[in-house]
Design a protein around this ligand. Structure first.
Ligand SMILES: [Zn+2]
Length: 187
């Protein structure tokens, strides 16, 4: 059973009915509760297990991958699909992490090795990614055809913080880096 996050498709059990994926923007008219919702705004918000949604990432936002650059100048230029591709396995890894943050499933699929790529990918709206730390890399530069990236990614899922450790493998496909699969050191 595939079981992970950045590499493999997430299990989709949480994405069915019962998951509160809708984001209500405060001050924009009645929410899902109608008139009662207006009243509820005058009181402290009830405690919920669903985490507050992360602020929207824009081109000028700090890139979610953690590099000292704006999203538009960093991972966003790869997500845009206008021809720029990540020049190293590490930058591909970072851009895939950022794709999880911004919910770009199409980018995740097109940067997956064809032989390992799932047919579809459902991103869990109950998971919010909170940070990426690259811990080690091997090869994966302009001079290589293969590479690995070991990273730790933080997340909050349904209000519970967690970390994902993964050792990921990447290869070149038609010249561009793609993700193959990963090992999970804590297993
Ligand atoms: Zn980035």
């Amino acid at each position: 059973m595939v079981r992970t996050l950045l590499g493999h498709p997430r299990r989709t059990a949480r994405t069915g009915p019962g998951v509160h994926a809708a984001v209500r923007i405060p001050g924009r008219g009645p929410g899902p509760l109608g008139e009662n919702d207006r009243m509820s705004r005058r009181k402290p918000a009830p405690r919920r297990r669903t985490p507050a949604p992360a602020p929207a990432v824009t081109a000028g936002s700090p890139c979610p991958c953690g590099l000292d650059a704006s999203y538009g100048a960093c991972c966003g230029r790869f997500h845009a699909g206008t021809g720029a591709t990540a020049p190293t396995a590490e930058l591909l890894m970072r851009s895939r992490y950022s794709a999880f943050v911004v919910g770009d499933a199409a980018y995740l699929l097109r940067t997956w090795a064809p032989e390992a790529r799932p047919a579809t990918l459902d991103l869990d709206p109950g998971t919010r990614w909170t940070g990426l730390e690259i811990r080690a890399t091997t090869d994966g530069t302009a001079f290589h055809q293969r590479g690995t990236v070991t990273f730790r990614a933080g997340y909050v899922q349904d209000g519970e913080p967690g970390v994902l450790d993964e050792h990921s493998r990447f290869v070149r496909h038609d010249g561009a880096w793609v993700y193959v699969d990963g090992d999970f050191p804590e297993d």
